[in-house]
Design a protein around this ligand. Structure first.
Ligand code: UGC
Ligand code: NI
Length: 169
């Protein structure tokens, strides 16, 4: 298969098979702190296995070279992973659904999204995704994910006959 992935705008609905979109735009809130603060409550859930611990990290990511060939995707079977942009820059996502849980990805199910700098994502457990795809060099992301025993990162490399490409418009 040879395919240039269409980069879709990131919306809650379109991203639902892969996880949550963390944003305030268009979302419900309730007032707290004596009316001084709007709480956009439970935009996503941190998913953990019993032995996992939720942790908070910062990723400082270099941009990748585009057009980019998507040669692999990874997943975290024991927990969710969220990326929240800290500097307000757009970034890209390439994902594939959990599927049947096997170490296999149907390339036809791979999708690309562009997140605005005011959107974060929370990949649900087992959702295939490309490692962080910053569009600005040394961009930084707050990352909430799982720490604990076991290998929490499976990598799947596409067959050489599969050429999935992401181009910037
Ligand atoms: N490996 C790691 O911590 N980062 C990846 O999971 C990623 O999604 O960028
Ligand atoms: Ni990851």
């Amino acid at each position: 298969m040879i395919k240039t992935l269409k980069i879709e705008p990131l919306t809650k609905e379109a991203f639902a098979p892969f996880g949550d979109v963390i944003e305030s735009e268009g979302r419900d809130y309730f007032m707290i702190n004596n009316g001084s603060t709007q709480r956009y409550h439970k935009l996503g859930e941190v998913q953990l296995d019993e032995q996992g611990q939720g942790i908070i990290s910062i990723f400082r990511a270099k941009t990748l070279e585009y057009p980019l060939q998507i040669k692999m995707l990874e997943r975290h079977p024991f927990g969710s992973q969220s990326f929240i942009p800290l500097f307000g820059h757009d970034f890209l996502l390439v994902v594939a659904p959990v599927g049947d849980g096997s170490m296999n990805i149907d390339p036809a199910t791979v999708r690309a999204f562009r997140a605005s700098g005011r959107q974060g994502v929370n990949y649900h457990r087992g959702v295939w995704h490309h490692p962080i795809m910053a569009l600005r060099d040394n961009d930084e992301f707050l990352v909430v994910d799982r720490s604990g025993p076991g290998n929490n990162c499976d990598e799947f490399f596409f067959d050489e006959s599969v050429r999935l490409t992401v181009e910037l418009g």
